[in-house]
Design a protein around this ligand. Structure first.
Ligand code: MN
Ligand code: MN
Length: 421
């Protein structure tokens, strides 16, 4: 709802781009005209875009403008400020050391994202992400290659498994775990943590636990000799090269039988899951605590869209959405309260944010398939479809609100489609 009795809101209603070319007198008349008109219309903003108002004779970062035409020349429906909704792993500092690298997009980079932080990690063949644990729960999506993961569970059992492209894992907070790149070329993967301020730098490492315990305590505790203790790493390993492991079967067989085979399944292969939707617009898979029971805190929609297709207008009642763009390109539109709305373009390796309950969509604007993860700090994936709601209410209610007749209302798809073209 626009509040036209509020002076600031009235100024907000002006076609903002008109300010670029307008002098004070012209501005005053525009303000007057706009007051008379009552509100910014789609038509007058479109007109401003086509005439001299949208000209931009000053300096420009052309590559950035070309990447994000919808931010530079927003659709006339964009309005106000919804807060940051875009960041890219390709803008972050990359921590590179022998064996691989990490970079991260957290609440520090994307301040609206208080629920979720993301880390991108590369491990070359044989290299380890050192044995560690942390305060956040960890959800992961394998993007490339293969990795061996291990987790030591509370019941004293070891979980060991191999993951390949598209596979997921979930490590509960505090549970110690490892990741090792396998042949032929290691792995690359996305980690999603359910704390916005999580940092991959803030993990508990086996090397540091031992290096910072006095030698006499360590000798008493571990029964290692003084000379053994002298060989331990003196500082964090974090990522380091190592020989490739044995086969999965051999590694599993090397664990004492009483500690082998955790009863829980900490990995998941979405490729074995029937999509909830599959048609010429693409396909949708949902992974959450209902089909991946160990994962009680993070839910995911895995959305593939064919060129020109879109994720329908919808919102999520239980959590904000953190997006990761895996392949392709597209645009995201978000509408929040006070009519505030923003449209931005996204590419592979970008991160998106949508506030809880805010209406949104995304659309494949490229000529290849678009693959996007919709992530939530919530045990289940939940969404409302705008179309489905409109067609579920008494038609007279829809007609009164949308100022349409019954025939027009009947054109709106009645079911939740998730994706459409
Ligand atoms: Mn971890
Ligand atoms: Mn969504």
């Amino acid at each position: 709802m626009r509040h036209l009795d509020d002076k600031t809101s009235v100024l907000d209603e002006l076609p903002r781009r008109t300010f670029l070319g307008a002098g004070t007198a012209a501005l005053a008349s525009v303000a007057f005209a706009s007051l008379k008109a009552g509100a910014q219309t789609r038509e007058n903003t479109s007109k401003a875009e086509k005439d001299h108002s949208a000209s931009n004779p000053g300096p420009q970062n052309t590559p950035l403008i070309n990447e994000n035409p919808n931010a530079n020349m927003p659709p006339p429906t964009d309005h106000g400020d919804i807060g940051p909704m875009w960041y890219s792993f390709d803008l972050t500092h990359r921590r590179i050391q022998e064996g691989g690298w990490t970079d991260q997009v957290t609440q520090r980079e994307l301040p609206t994202s208080t629920d979720i932080a993301g880390v991108s990690m590369r491990l070359t063949a044989g290299s380890f992400r050192e044995l560690h644990w942390h305060t956040a729960n960890e959800w992961a999506y394998m993007e490339y290659g293969n990795a061996r993961i291990t987790l030591f569970d509370l019941d004293g059992t070891m979980f060991v498994d191999d993951v390949g492209p598209g596979d997921l894992w979930y490590f509960p907070a505090g549970s110690p775990h490892s990741i090792q790149g396998l042949g032929p070329d290691g792995a690359q993967f996305l980690l999603v943590f359910d704390q916005g301020l999580f940092s991959e730098e803030d993990t508990f490492l086996i090397s540091e636990f031992m290096a910072h315990t006095p030698a006499d305590v360590l000798m008493k505790n571990s029964r290692l000799s003084q000379s053994d203790i002298a060989k331990l790493p003196q500082e964090a390993l974090y990522i380091f090269p190592a020989p490739l492991p044995k086969s999965l079967a051999e590694d599993r067989a090397s664990i004492p039988p009483s500690r082998a085979k955790s009863r829980k399944q900490f990995t998941f292969k979405p490729s074995t899951l029937d999509p909830i939707v599959k048609n010429d617009a693409g396909e949708v898979r949902v992974v959450d605590s209902r089909n991946f029971p160990v994962d009680t805190t993070i839910s995911a929609g895995i959305i593939r869209l064919t060129p020109g297709s879109m994720r329908e207008l919808h919102w999520h009642p239980n959590a904000a959405e953190w997006q990761y763009w895996l392949t392709g390109k597209g645009r995201v539109g978000v509408v929040t309260t006070h009519g505030n709305a923003r449209t931005m373009d996204f590419h592979a390796n970008d991160v998106g944010f949508v506030p809880i309950d805010a209406g949104h969509y995304f659309e494949n604007t490229g000529n290849t398939d678009l693959l996007v993860l919709e992530m939530f700090k919530a045990p289940t994936f939940q969404d409302f479809s705008l179309n489905n709601w409109i067609r579920s209410m008494p038609p007279e209610m829809a007609m009164a609100h949308l100022r349409l007749d019954a025939a027009a209302i009947a054109k709106i798809p009645a079911e939740k489609l998730y994706i459409m073209r």
